[in-house]
Design a protein. Sequence first.
Length: 68
Amino acid sequence: MRDINEIMPKIPNMKWGALTNKYPSNKNVKELDKMLPHDKRWHTVFDYEDHVYVDDVQVWKKDKKAWS
């Protein structure tokens, strides 16, 4: 199986790229900018109601007030 970075185009001055299953909102893009490294690579992001998969790693969505 080929890596996503072998298939997707290289874009000049790209911080990171993401293939998503939903159209991203501005809020989602800002969160991804904090989370993804600025390594000029493409990442896969699958967004569900209670969790997100980023490059096959599951991240649970939780309310910030419930963190304590």
